[in-house]
Design a protein around this ligand. Structure first.
Ligand SMILES: Nc1ncnc2c1ncn2[C@@H]1O[C@H](COP(=O)(O)OP(=O)(O)OP(=O)(O)O)[C@@H](O)[C@H]1O
Length: 868
């Protein structure tokens, strides 16, 4: 630990240790002069993560201490690296001007940046919300709250553990905080997958957190936000405010409201569904999630909103139709669509810009971005108003042009200001009389210095006379030694160098004072005027936050419209019945990834409450069963987020829950592939069904022995069928035995994804056809995969044998009893005339023969047979 060893600490290290002790678990960046320094273990970590030099130096005590630092202006590039690698970083600044104090400068932590709490543009991803989640773990009800500090979005809810997990999966927070005392009850899985941090027990108390929230919002209760009754949600949300305090985040004016995540408004997608359908993230590295195909947004707010829309599909018919109708209008009106998109492209991250205004952290260049964004909002309003469509005019009504603010920024802020408001040239001319006057003094003063130089040069006859400036004695005249003797007596010598001497004059000092004072004063005035501009902008926080929300929505709708035209998607019809009728549906992701020349084969799927409740889909491996299941769910989800869909037509009866279960071994890479997990999740599906559920089951039961698997799959289908609720199910399976169920039950239909057998080969037709299928062709697939020929042939033998007797005896005994080479024997024993051929074949080594050699041998055999 820094400075703990025997001996006397330097005052600086003493201060360091005091501050460091206040922020346990955080790396302390300690500002010393122009550098941020790290010490001890922090230095070792920083050197590794940032690839900077690690040194050792004496800390005043006996021991030497590790040290690593970087220049303060490099903070923006180093901080993100530390935070992204999961570190919490306390930034300790100098709180007073070192020039104005004697002894040690006062220092303090000005911000503790954590993965979930950051304003830094380099830490944040523009297209993603940076959520901090807080979980209040309880037996039956968990409170969950989310805050994006960079946008001010604050949400809370409560529900069972499953619900909490699903939300966490969907919101993908950058950090999760929870109660230290609940560590045992908190799913260990979370800590492995997310950055987590624990707060003390006392924070997670209802009264304390309730008060925190009401104090922050300056309200008497939380009724106005619709969260009053959410005991656990309140605890989760209030603890976030405490965490903000702990991490020195004090300016929180942009967190102006808290909203309830209204579970009942959205389709229930369990966390496996979000993952299995690869909505937001691919299951395998390099895979493409649906969001990558759908996202054609042009603004960061739009991109973030689209992600939310995708994990929260709507259930409300009116709202879905409203989105779809608006998209249709944008599809039809090219000029409007193109106009809206081109202006949206010029709108920057309004949500984050206005948050920076609220906390007074916006720099002049960002203020220019804010100005441009407001400028581009006006033409969008006009375009929407002129469309003549009420649905689009309603959007325009919610947008405010913020004319007064725009005018103020345009007239006052320089067009190309520096990053820092104290660097000069931030405010335009004509804004402030005194500022203009001072600028004149500063500039003409500089001109005057040039005049003095010229005049004195001529007067003294010193041709190389120079006027220069340094911090120690300001402006001075420099004379080389050659001309030393020409210096007039009234000049005051200040410094002697090897080759020259430096002088000051009274006149020079007078002007210097004037210029320097003018410069100082003008910087102060500019800084004040800029702060005044921020204060004016801060009055528009609510309006601009609303603009940001509306423009994000418009961006998503325009993105849908663009996509619909580009990918030939159609408007789905949202019906009040419960049927799903998709004609020529396609998988939006797979169709984009097929090799050139291959076309995606569209398929029809029809599900209803009576004869077509459950479709049992069989077909060989690789036929396209999973693709069909997934595309059906994706088309339903896309419809309910208001997006056009990849199909010829789609009639969608609104779905309220989508469940997917994929057979255990498909989850192997997730490390949770036990059969037990598969069964637990299936059980949870069966226990949570609703009358508008869509269930996708892909090879359920394959994680156990064939008999167990078939029995379980069979009984699940029976259960789904006999249930009082008309659950729509797509059930993909390799167990052809399940085809018998269609004979016994009216609501079950058999389908197969067809293949064509040509000779020894199969051709994937990818077409869904009514009826069951005979066999799996698994062995063909094994062959395609390059399995050794010996294995493939032996598998054929065993299969033939097994299929003959239809698994009537003990499976193991049977496989063991299948005689080797049975295949060849039966073929050749029949006719001794084939002895010669047999001899030739026996002599072949299947594992080493090349395809060409095999062809030649085959030709030889043909010739032999002709001879006979
Ligand atoms: N309709 C289609 N048109 C064109 N290609 C398709 C179609 N459906 C699937 N494919 C292609 O076939 C591949 C295999 O499809 P899928 O994974 O759905 O097969 P499966 O029947 O579920 O196989 P398994 O039983 O082995 O899991 C896909 O990755 C895709 O490239």
């Amino acid at each position: 630990m820094a400075g703990k060893s025997a001996g006397k600490e330097t005052p600086l290290m003493k201060q360091y240790n005091q501050i460091k002790a206040k922020y346990p678990g955080a790396m302390l960046l300690f500002r010393v002069g122009d550098f941020y320094e790290t010490f001890g273990e922090d230095a070792v970590t920083a050197a590794k993560v940032l690839d900077i030099v690690l040194t050792k130096r004496s800390n005043g005590a006996a021991a030497k201490i590790e040290l690593a630092g970087f220049p303060h202006h490099a903070l923006d590039s180093y901080l993100p690296k530390l935070v992204r690698s999961g570190h919490r970083v306390a930034i300790c600044d100098q709180l007073e001007d070192p020039k104005s104090v004697k002894g040690i400068v006062k220092r303090g932590v000005t911000e503790l940046v954590t993965p979930g709490l950051s304003f830094n543009d380099n830490v944040l991803d523009r297209s993603k919300n940076n959520f901090l989640a807080s979980i209040h773990v309880n037996k039956d009800s968990w409170g969950v709250a989310f805050l994006d500090l960079s946008t001010g979005e604050f949400l809370t809810t409560q529900g069972n553990k499953q619900y909490a997990e699903k939300l966490i999966q969907g919101f993908a927070p950058a950090e999760i905080i929870y109660n230290k005392a609940q560590r045992k009850n908190f799913d260990q899985g979370f800590s492995e997958r997310y950055n987590t941090y624990t707060l003390e027990d006392w924070v997670y108390q209802y009264d304390f957190t309730y008060e925190k929230l009401t104090n922050h919002f300056k309200t008497n209760s939380l009724k106005g936000f619709g969260v009053e009754e959410m005991e656990h949600g309140i605890v989760a949300a209030g603890s976030i405010l405490q965490y903000l305090e702990d991490t020195e985040h004090k300016d929180l004016a942009h967190i102006s409201a808290i909203s309830r995540i209204e579970e009942e408004k959205y389709v229930w997608l369990d966390r496996f569904t979000i993952r299995n359908l690869e909505l937001i993230a691919p299951q395998q590295p390099g895979g493409v999630p649906l969001i990558d195909i759908l996202d054609k947004t042009v603004s960061p707010m739009g991109a973030r909103l689209l992600k939310k829309w995708l994990v929260l599909p709507l259930k409300d018919e009116y709202l879905i139709k409203q989105r779809l109708n608006r998209v249709e209008l944008l599809v039809k009106d090219e000029k409007l669509r193109e106009g809206v998109i081109s202006h949206l492209k010029n709108i920057n991250d309004l949500e984050r810009l206005i948050s920076k205004v609220a906390v007074a952290r916006i720099n002049p260049r960002e203020m220019v971005q804010l100005r441009k964004s407001i400028e581009n909002t006006q033409p969008i309003i006009s375009l929407l108003e002129a469309s003549g469509e009420t649905e689009l005019q309603k959007i325009a009504e919610r947008l405010s042009p913020c004319e007064t603010l725009l005018e103020k920024i345009t007239t006052e802020l320089a067009d190309d200001p520096p990053l820092n408001s104290t660097q000069g040239n931030v405010i335009k001319e004509g804004v402030d009389e005194r500022l203009d006057e001072l600028r004149k003094i500063a500039f003409s003063g500089k001109d005057y210095l040039a005049q003095i130089q010229q005049r004195e040069m001529e007067r003294t006859g010193i041709p190389s006379l120079k006027i220069a400036y340094n911090k120690v004695f300001g402006y001075y005249l420099e004379v080389t030694n050659t001309h030393k003797d020409k210096v007039p007596p009234e000049w005051i010598r200040k410094q002697t160098l090897v080759n020259s001497e430096r002088y000051i004059t009274e006149e020079l000092k007078e002007y210097e004072d004037k210029i320097l004072n003018a410069e100082d004063e003008l910087h102060v005035i500019e800084h004040n005027l800029y702060n005044e501009l921020i204060r004016t902008a801060a009055e528009y926080v609510a309006q601009i936050q609303e603009n940001a929300r509306v423009l994000a929505m418009l961006d998503c709708l325009a993105s849908y419209a663009y996509l619909a035209l580009k990918e030939k998607y159609v408007k789905p019809e949202i019906m009040d019945h419960r049927n799903i009728d998709i004609k020529e549906g396609r998988h939006p992701v797979i169709e984009k990834q097929l090799p050139i020349g291959e076309e995606y084969v569209p398929n029809d799927v029809y599900l209803d409450d009576s004869d077509n409740k459950i479709l049992i889909i069989t077909g060989p491996n690789m036929a396209g069963k999973s693709a069909l299941l997934r595309q059906t769910a994706l088309i339903v989800i896309m419809s309910q987020i208001g997006c056009f869909v990849p199909a010829k037509t789609a009639e969608i009866g609104i779905v309220d829950k989508i469940f997917t279960r994929v057979g255990a071994s498909d989850n192997l890479s997730q490390g949770e592939s036990t059969f037990m997990v598969e069964m637990t999740e299936t059980a949870s599906i069966l226990n949570n069904l609703s009358d508008r559920s869509l269930v996708l089951m892909d090879e359920i039961g394959r994680g156990t022995s064939t008999y167990d698997g078939i029995s379980i799959a069979w009984s699940i289908v029976e259960y789904l069928h006999n249930n009082d609720l008309p659950v729509k199910t797509l059930f993909a399976t390799h167990y052809h035995e399940l085809n018998q169920l269609a004979d016994d039950f009216g609501g079950i239909k058999n389908f197969n994804v067809s293949v064509k057998e040509v000779g020894n080969k199969i051709i994937f037709m990818r077409k869904l056809k009514e009826g069951g299928s005979e066999h799996s062709f698994g062995i063909h697939v094994a062959q395609l995969a390059g399995m050794p020929n010996q294995v493939v042939l032996r598998a054929h033998e065993i299969l033939q044998h097994l299929e003959k007797d239809k698994l009537s005896k003990n499976e193991k005994e049977k496989i063991a009893s299948v005689p080797k080479n049975n295949f060849q024997l039966s073929m050749f024993e029949a006719d001794p005339a084939f002895e010669e051929v047999k001899g030739l074949i026996d002599g072949l080594d299947i594992n080493t023969i090349s395809p060409v050699e095999a062809l030649l041998k085959l030709n030889e055999i043909k010739m032999m047979m002709k001879k006979d």
